[in-house]
Design a protein around this ligand. Structure first.
Ligand code: BES
Ligand code: ZN
Ligand code: ZN
Length: 487
């Protein structure tokens, strides 16, 4: 699908169909050409409402206001309607607020995010016929924006939304097809992007590096583990080194602390953090951001078998700390512990880990929201701001000394689960905190994406299944960092 911007007025663009948003039920705006018909159809133009007037090739979409996320929703709704049609080309005016030029980017993101479909395993598919979306600079508010600025926004919005869709495709792919080895193959493919290199390590390296926690999780899997290390070096001198670490559990059965069948469904999505950090690096490289970026993925399955690691086992992580295993289903933190130690050797300025880490985070915040944890309030706030702009939902969960004490072990340095059933998202993060060196405490953020990464129903502009949680917020955050750098 080709999305382009032009200086032509809407009227002078020749396409098969037209998309018109009805903003805040303003049926009298000059762009609304079929007020009577819409009234007769009882079309209320509520947010996320849409209607196709097939006779005239008009698609009307309700849109409560001109805020970015409302525009994303409206654009995705238009695509949903267009999926049912055979139009090849469509045009739309630009919905730019006087103060917020970036809303055009949101519109484009909505189109690209809304057009994703997971069809890999369907024998019959009906692909979207739409080939072209033309956005006129003619604006709802009659203010003008330079075509150059629009082209640049168009480019970055498409990169960001495509990075999200890239994550969805990885996460949705079945565990039989998507093994740690496959994940490494996909990472290697990213080296076709300028500035991107990739190192892939196998179990021999993990042994040499004494990553006993990561290795234990892998032990009962027939698929060997992979530690994937992607790097993006910008052309210009980098101002900051940002290291992302992702949980890449290509399947989480729970191990010997086996998950009940209903809870095992969708655990192919336990690789969402890993897929997200791959996409962030891809997006950042395509955006030519002036930061050195690393993406480290701990890829393995968590399975059962005679050689499985067990509750009661004591593991030694890469930093020498010993861990009493009390639940083999708390495996993500074990893999991340070793990966975080590895990541700190790169001397990051910022260290962000992303993981579908706990069901407790979903209980705490609901399934649509990512939990942000860490010691640095300013950093948390920065990411919070970026997330809101990107349309992702986030909320901060705070550490405290009492929860920290719940990870004490009688036999090892630390237990892999808390002794209390409450506050599980935070105690999981506090477990990780044990593997963060003092000098990196304030540089580290943990994002628990267990809720939004994979939801088995459509929500907003997200399709049922993987959503690519965390990708947009981090790319927005990196772009904001870049703007601040320019100031
Ligand atoms: N991968 C799961 C967490 C998860 C749950 C992700 C629901 C997505 C949706 C993780 O490995 C896990 O099983 N965590 C346990 C931890 C517990 C044993 C302390 C959990 O949340 O129950
Ligand atoms: Zn688990
Ligand atoms: Zn898991």
């Amino acid at each position: 699908m080709n999305i382009k911007t032009t200086n032509e007025t809407l009227e002078n663009i020749d396409t098969q169909a037209v998309i018109t948003f009805i903003i805040n039920k303003d049926f009298d705006h000059i762009w609304v050409k079929h007020k009577k018909v819409l009234e007769n159809a009882n079309f209320k133009a509520e947010s996320e409402d849409g209607i196709l007037l097939a006779e005239n090739g008009y698609i009307y979409i309700g849109c409560a206001n001109l805020q970015s996320d409302e525009l994303r929703l409206a654009a995705a709704k238009a695509i949903k309607i267009l999926k049912q049609t055979s139009y090849k080309s469509v045009k739309i005016g630009s919905y730019i607020e006087k103060t917020a030029v970036e809303s055009i980017g949101a519109l484009i993101e909505g189109f690209v995010l809304g057009s994703y479909e997971f069809t890999k395993y369907k024998s019959k598919t009906e692909p979207l016929k739409l080939e072209e979306i033309i956005i006129s600079t003619e604006s709802y508010n009659q203010n003008t924006t330079s075509l150059e600025a629009l082209n640049s926004i168009n480019n970055s919005a498409q990169i960001i939304a495509n990075a999200v869709n890239y994550t969805k495709e990885i996460v949705n792919t079945a565990p039989y097809d998507y093994t740690p080895v496959k994940m490494a193959e996909d990472a290697l493919k990213l080296t076709s992007i300028e500035g991107v290199t990739c190192k892939v390590f196998d179990e021999k390296f993990l042994e040499e590096e004494k990553m006993g926690a990561f290795l234990a999780v892998n032990r009962a899997s027939i698929h060997p583990p992979r530690l994937i290390h992607l790097t993006y070096m910008p052309k210009e001198k980098s101002k900051k080194r940002v290291v992302f670490v992702g949980k890449g559990l290509t399947y989480d059965s729970g191990g010997l602390s086996l998950k009940p069948s209903d809870y095992m469904i969708s655990m192919k999505a336990d690789k969402s953090g890993g897929a997200a950090v791959m996409a962030i690096l891809k997006g950042a490289a395509e955006l030519n951001l002036p930061f050195e970026i690393h993406a480290i993925i701990g890829a393995t399955e968590n399975m059962i078998g005679g050689n499985a690691y067990k509750p009661d086992d004591v593991l030694t992580a890469k930093n020498g700390k010993t861990i009493e295993v009390r639940n083999t289903d708390a495996e993500g933190r074990l893999v991340l512990a070793d990966c975080l130690v590895y990541a700190q050797e790169l001397k990051p300025d910022i260290l962000i880990d992303m993981a579908t880490l706990t069901g407790a985070c979903v209980v705490a915040l609901g399934e649509y929201t990512t939990g942000i944890m860490g010691h640095n309030d300013k950093l948390k706030h920065e990411l919070y701001r970026a997330a809101i702009q990107s349309g992702e939902l986030v909320n901060a969960l705070s550490f405290n000394r009492y929860l920290k004490k719940l990870l004490k072990s009688a036999v090892a340095d630390i237990s892999n689960v808390s002794s209390s059933r409450y506050g599980g998202a935070i105690t999981a993060a506090l477990f990780l905190d044990n593997f963060i060196e003092e000098e990196y405490k304030d540089k580290w953020l943990h994002l628990d994406i267990a809720g939004p990464a994979y939801i088995e129903k459509d929500w907003g502009y997200n399709q049922s299944g993987a959503s690519g949680a965390g990708v947009r917020m981090n790319l927005y955050w990196l772009m904001l960092q870049n703007q601040e750098k320019d100031k």
